[in-house]
Design a protein around this ligand. Structure first.
Ligand code: FAD
Ligand code: MLT
Ligand code: ZN
Length: 473
């Protein structure tokens, strides 16, 4: 019996034969969301409990077989699919999808790692609470994946990234031990905060099996406005005003370039996209209020009046109902889908100090369009957090696959050169995965890289947890 056959038999004993998939259509597990790389796994293993995850990890360690944790497989950087070797175990957390406990007094919810984000939001809303993490992929991404990537999304300006929302983790270590850190404590200075090592580690240090997350009272009112702005400078000016007028009520502030919106109008003609033909940029922003809807509306209207007086908004609509608000947000959330429909593309998920974003966009746009005539810039993102999705689509007349093959490297080099000049980050919220490993090596300091390697070696000395992703040894 080969070592792999023996391991597969053990895995079947641990999780049950129907939960060890080795044949049939495994594309959903082996192809990444952006369709950039198709991997092959030794098996897709679907444990149903923390103890089963631990036993799977121990069996893989003995067999020296590496593992790739996976949640909803919506990641943007090819980090959750196996490599092409056919020797890795794909560890899917999807069966671990229980809400363990909602503690109303402590304002926390404890959930299995495979819980789909939207199901967590719904469970909280049912009891009158808000779980504010919000991404367009929320119908399929999991909290384990959100923690693994330290996902951002559209509410970070008020509530922070996934890291800020996490009060405790349960983790299966790379040795197969179970660490229960589900304390739910808001204060705990008892040495190194291990939770923060695993958050954002993209499955390279251990497997997150459960988490305790912060809740907030559901706001009385959430009002959305969609505004036409004449320039990126004006968008940043509007953000300043929004902070002033709305204070902590400002829960979302997203910018969308004209070409990005044109893709939504083209691929989803049923959606009515306001203003996009008349203005280079639009902003969608949200005001959450704990007083009353009237108060929320007054604050928002005062903000828009001031913005129009100052000239940083040329036109605006405020949603009259929840359905209208959802429709306006849906436009923003449809951009990545419309971009995928348009064809293969180059993504840059960058962050820059908010005040310097207009200058960054002006200089980088000019350099890119000069060096790559016809390249179409799909710029949008979380301006409130200084995070832009500064994406590049092939010229309309070009073959997208050829463009990607030949131009991705020089385009990345150009964009990241500007990001470095502006002291920005080459990955604001999507992570490193395998797509950006080399870039990380280029852009991070040798001291930082060495510290990261030491952490990896200390926690996963045999390099079996998602090897080759994030940091190479
Ligand atoms: P996966 O894709 O399965 O995995 C992502 C990484 O986490 C992999 O490295 C994987 O190994 C690791 N991982 C998964 N589960 C675990 C676990 N239990 N323990 C340890 N490691 C684990 N991201 C944003 O940040 N902001 C956005 O606004 C946003 N919008 C998106 C919109 C769309 C339409 C799509 C398709 C994606 C979007 N994303 C966004 C990217 C993606 O949804 C997030 O990165 C999300 O957090 C991934 O969750 P997942 O469950 O799909 O993880
Ligand atoms: C978004 O903000 O829409 C996402 O991060 C997805 C993407 O950039 O494609
Ligand atoms: Zn984003």
């Amino acid at each position: 019996m080969t070592i792999h056959t023996e391991l597969l038999n053990q895995l079947r004993q641990i999780v049950g034969a129907p939960n060890v998939l080795t044949e049939g259509d495994l594309e959903a597990y082996e192809l990444d969301w952006r369709r950039r790389e198709r991997g092959r796994s030794l098996a897709v293993v679907r444990p149903g409990s923390t103890e089963e995850v631990a036993a799977v990890v121990r069996a893989c360690v003995v067999a020296k077989v590496s593992m790739v944790p996976q949640g909803g497989n919506t990641g943007m950087v090819v980090g959750s699919t196996p490599d092409a070797s056919g020797t890795q175990v794909l560890l899917s957390l999807q069966r671990m999808n229980r809400v363990r406990k909602l503690d109303a007094g402590n304002l926390t919810i404890t959930v299995d790692a495979g819980c789909v984000l939207q199901n967590i939001q719904d469970a909280c809303e049912k009891d009158g609470f808000l779980f504010p993490l919000s991404l367009a992929s929320e119908g399929s991404c999991t909290i384990g994946g959100n923690l693994g990537t330290n996902a951002g999304g559209t509410q970070v300006v008020r509530y922070g990234n996934t890291r800020e929302l996490c009060l405790g983790l349960e983790v299966v270590t790379a040795q197969g031990d179970i660490w229960n850190g589900l304390t739910g404590l808001r204060k705990d200075n008892t040495g190194y905060d291990l939770r923060h090592l695993f958050i954002g580690s993209e499955g390279t240090l251990g497997v997150i099996t459960a988490a305790t997350m912060k809740l907030y009272p559901m706001p009385v009112s959430q009002l959305t406005a969609f505004a036409a702005v004449p320039s990126m400078e004006a968008a940043v000016e509007l953000l300043g005003l929004a902070h002033r007028f709305l204070s902590s009520g400002l829960t979302g502030f997203e910018v969308m370039g004209q070409f990005a919106l044109s893709l939504v109008a083209k691929h989803y003609p049923q959606q009515r996209v306001p203003f996009w033909q008349e203005t280079p940029w639009c902003v969608v922003l949200e005001n959450s209020d704990n007083e009353s809807e009237t108060h929320a509306r007054e604050c928002l209207e005062r903000l828009l009046e001031a913005a129009m007086e100052q000239g940083c908004v040329t036109d605006a609509v405020v949603a009259e109902s929840m359905a209208q608000a959802k429709a306006l947000w849906h436009i923003r959330e449809s951009i990545p889908l419309a971009q995928a429909d348009e064809g293969l593309n180059i993504k840059h998920d960058i962050s820059i100090g908010v005040s310097r974003i207009p200058e960054f966009v002006r200089l980088t746009d000019a350099a890119l369009t000069k060096a790559f005539p016809g390249a179409r810039l799909v710029t949008y993102g979380h301006l409130g957090d200084g995070n832009l999705h500064y994406n590049v689509q092939a010229p309309a007349s070009d073959d997208a696959a050829r463009f990607l093959n030949e131009e991705e490297a020089p385009i990345n080099a150009l964009v990241f050169e500007f990001v470095d000049q502006f002291n920005g980050s080459i990955s604001a919220e999507h992570g490193i995965g395998s797509l950006k490993v080399e870039k990380l090596e280029h852009h991070k300091s040798p001291v930082a890289l060495s510290l990261m390697r030491n952490i990896k070696l200390a926690l996963d000395p045999h390099n079996l947890m998602n090897p080759g992703r994030v940091i190479r040894l």
